[in-house]
Write a protein that binds this ligand. Structure first.
Ligand code: ADP
Length: 279
């Protein structure tokens, strides 16, 4: 295994050295000359449909609003809904053999397999290694323009595929998305183990679909059962950074491609934590 180098800032995006700091000595893919990504944050979940993509989108929107330059690398080819939430249509520009990320209305840089397909409804039937290869190329063959925070929408689960994807990118931390009906304890345990394997911190946990707010009395109704998020977070020493309600305004924003117009502060504590850890 390579040695840690003297004067290491642990900022792998500006340094190509093959060193122990690169998460357990695993060689990461390099960015193209001129491309720059300061921090890479993976968003993971135990299974699909828990809101991992919407959390990824909202984190990027929140950070962009805070005057950071945000980007999304959509590695969830099983349900690549990110471009749609931002109203981005298939088709990307290229500069020679380098792809240019799509830009959302507020300037968030996005790369997704859906942008490369001829139509949005084409199925993607790739197996793990092909998928991991595509994600690597989203890192190496895309011109990422001066990105402060890149959010990676990971394939669901904490198995082989997300692990391979993670190992090819210099991930700086992960956010875990769960819901009350998940097997929360097991999912958090697996995600924490995955983060330990990669030698990266778990930034925190985000519980989605936590409750519905009664429009009449304002009471929080736990439609999917009582949350165990706080207890599980404490068990594993992970911060619970958000409890997002089931909010009927969110899906229409995604369906209309205008998630950037969201009016909520559900992820402000998560964004604060990211700023605190990485600034
Ligand atoms: P995943 O990426 O985990 O597969 P998505 O982010 O695609 O999940 O969310 C699945 C569906 O649930 C989407 O239609 C999304 O708009 C909706 N959704 C997610 N979270 C919420 C929420 N808190 N309130 C309302 N709808 C939500």
């Amino acid at each position: 295994m390579a040695e840690e180098i003297e004067g290491c800032t642990h900022d792998c995006s500006t340094c190509g050295a093959d060193c122990a700091s690169r998460q357990g000595g695993i060689q990461k893919e390099k960015l193209r000359d001129g491309s720059s990504v300061r921090r890479v944050i993976g968003i993971v979940s135990g299974k699909g449909g828990v809101g991992k993509s919407i959390v990824t989108s909202m984190m990027a929107v929140e950070m962009q609003r805070r005057a950071h330059r945000a980007a999304i690398l959509d590695a969830d080819v099983t349900g690549p809904s990110i471009p749609k939430s931002f109203g981005l249509k298939p088709g990307v520009d290229a500069m020679g053999d380098i792809l240019l990320p799509a830009k959302t209305k507020t300037g968030i840089q996005v790369m997704s397999v859906n942008l490369l397909l001829e139509s949005e409804d084409q199925p993607v039937v790739w197996r793990g290694p092909v998928l991991a290869g595509a994600v690597k190329q989203f890192w190496t063959d895309v011109y990422w323009d001066d990105v402060d925070y890149m959010f990676v929408d990971m394939p669901p689960g904490t198995g082989d595929v997300p692990l391979t994807v993670f190992q090819s990118l210099p991930v700086d931390g992960i956010l875990i998305v769960t819901t009350p009906q998940d097997l929360v304890s097991m999912i958090v345990k697996k995600a924490v183990n995955m983060a330990n394997l990669m030698n990266v911190p778990v930034i925190g946990m985000i519980e989605n679909m936590s409750y519905v707010l009664c429009p009449d009395c304002g009471k929080k109704i736990p439609v999917f059962g009582e949350s165990r998020a706080e207890e599980v977070a404490a068990d594993y020493g992970v911060k619970l950074l958000a409890r997002i309600p089931l909010d009927t305004r969110l899906s229409p924003l995604c369906d209309k491609g205008i998630i950037e117009l969201m009016e909520n502060d559900y992820l402000s504590a998560a964004a604060d934590e990211v700023e605190k850890i990485f600034s």
